[in-house]
Ligand binder design. Structure first.
Ligand SMILES: Nc1ncnc2c1ncn2[C@@H]1O[C@H](COP(=O)(O)OP(=O)(O)OP(=O)(O)O)[C@@H](O)[C@H]1O
Length: 278
């Protein structure tokens, strides 16, 4: 059964299309990433799915309801992490988490959530005293405290230091292991690759590619790139049969200490797709 079903979604601002006919289907328990350059239409799409923005056309179902007119019971099953930072400067971390937990019938214990996002040391600190990355962690805490079935994460790790990002990835994996459906937007290709079961690339309001991190944009069939350095300089060769290339190099007595064999990275593939779209 699908958790999120989108068909022919459109939204324009002042006559200019921001989302121009997007269709998506996300299964229960899937982690799905939306990628795309600034202004591609990711946030608009996510906000329509959250029920925070009206659409011009298309059909949208999230947990079997239309977010445009779904009620409180539906809202309690949805977790939202907005791009903007939490605005509750005078409350402490625990106070705001407890306050938001109160809106949900099956909320997680506030201390558990604060610990999950790595803010236990800051649980008595006022929100205003937190760093940017710590505020972002708090946003994530508020998004998951209600034990939602579907979580929308809009650029959740912007401003995180590398260690905090890895901790956040563990948190997303733990939520996914519990069966939570997660829709994530991100500009970090490594994040999409680490977390997503499937992903879609949006450019100018349309989906230009969809697949798994391993297969997106024909990545799996793109062949591998063999590179090596000899006394004449650096060489590279794209091939479907790297073993044959390496055998040839070995037979020619090439020093293999500098040899690399790699598929194009998700970032290479993504940048190529975005470049072609322009
Ligand atoms: N409230 C608004 N009024 C007018 N135009 C808007 C509004 N919100 C978004 N837009 C425009 O719609 C387009 C899509 O914006 P959106 O925020 O959905 O992109 P995005 O993919 O989330 O970008 P980013 O990666 O920068 O967050 C952009 O051209 C943006 O300027």
């Amino acid at each position: 059964m699908t958790a999120i079903e989108v068909s022919g979604l459109r939204k324009a601002y002042g006559g200019r299309p921001a989302v121009d006919g997007i269709s998506l289907s996300i299964e229960h328990g899937e982690v799905f990433a939306l990628l795309g350059p600034n202004g591609a239409g990711k946030t608009t799409t996510v906000e329509i799915l959250e029920g925070h923005r009206r659409r011009d056309a298309g059909a949208v179902r999230v947990l079997d309801a239309d977010p445009g007119n779904a009620g409180r019971a539906w809202r309690a099953k949805i977790g939202i992490v907005l791009q903007s930072a939490t605005d509750a400067a005078d409350l402490t971390v625990t106070e705001i988490v407890r306050h938001v937990a109160g809106f949900y019938p099956r909320s997680r214990p506030p201390a558990e959530v604060v610990s999950l996002v790595g803010l236990t040391d800051k649980s008595r600190a006022r929100v205003r005293s937190l760093s940017g990355g710590q505020r972002r962690r708090l946003d994530v805490a508020l998004g998951i405290v209600g034990r939602p079935e579907v979580v929308f994460l809009d650029e959740p790790t912007t401003g995180f230091d590398p260690e905090a990002r890895r901790q956040f990835w563990d948190l997303v994996r733990a939520l996914a292991a519990e069966g939570t459906t997660i829709l994530l937007t991100t500009h970090y290709l490594d994040e999409a690759e680490a977390l997503a079961d499937r992903l879609a690339v949006i450019a100018d309001g349309v989906i230009v590619a969809e697949g798994t991190p391993a297969t997106l944009g024909g990545r799996a069939e793109a062949g591998v790139l063999v590179t090596w350095v000899d006394r004449n300089g650096r060489h590279e060769q794209r091939t479907d049969d790297p073993a044959a290339v390496i055998a040839e190099l070995t037979a020619a007595g090439t020093d293999l200490g500098s040899l690399t064999v790699a598929r194009p990275s998700l970032e290479d593939t993504y940048l190529q797709m975005i470049g072609e779209k322009k």
